[in-house]
Design a protein around this ligand. Structure first.
Ligand code: ZN
Length: 164
């Protein structure tokens, strides 16, 4: 019997992510498939939830609302700062991610959202926040996770994490 996707399984998928404007935001098709540990929040929640029960060979279209994807867009999380606040050797580009610390001291990621003259808008909103995500998914493989994978919360081996 083919195993169905459930918590504690390592899943290999090919996917194509299309936004509502028709643009392809991301895809594995033609490249390496995505390998993830189901139930460990390795992928956006809405996709993980809707892939449960699927089997090897299944193809499906999964529509994920923003609140189950990269979150709703929060204008209060945008901040405009002068370019001079960045190191001069950094070639700033829209979409670039930076690691920083929140006021609470927790590490967080911010993205460059816009560059206008010498003003840069940085944002804690993921670049795809507020967007509905339309996935086309093909399930390539489903297997039980090893105890180590479960402990680490991610997949090992080809396509997964490699430890030294
Ligand atoms: Zn590991």
């Amino acid at each position: 019997m083919k195993p169905a996707i459930a918590d504690g399984h390592v899943v290999t998928i090919h996917y194509r992510l299309t936004l509502d404007d028709g643009s392809i935001a991301d895809q594995s098709t033609g490249g390496e498939p995505l390998v993830y540990l189901h139930g460990a929040q390795n992928i956006v929640p809405g996709l993980e939830r809707q892939l449960a029960g699927k089997k090897i060979g299944d193809q499906c279209d999964v529509v994920v609302p923003a609140n189950e994807g990269y979150g709703e867009y929060d204008p209060a999380a945008d901040q405009t700062v002068p370019k001079t606040q960045f190191p001069p050797n950094v070639d700033l580009q829209v979409g670039m991610a930076f690691q920083t610390r929140a006021r609470t001291g927790q590490p967080m990621t911010v993205w460059v959202r816009a560059i206008k003259g010498d003003q840069v808008t940085i944002s804690a909103n993921h670049p795809m926040a507020g967007q509905r995500l339309n996935f086309h998914v093909e399930v390539v493989d489903v297997r039980r996770a090893t105890p180590d994978e479960k402990k680490h919360g991610h997949a090992h081996g080809p396509g997964g994490h490699h430890h030294h």
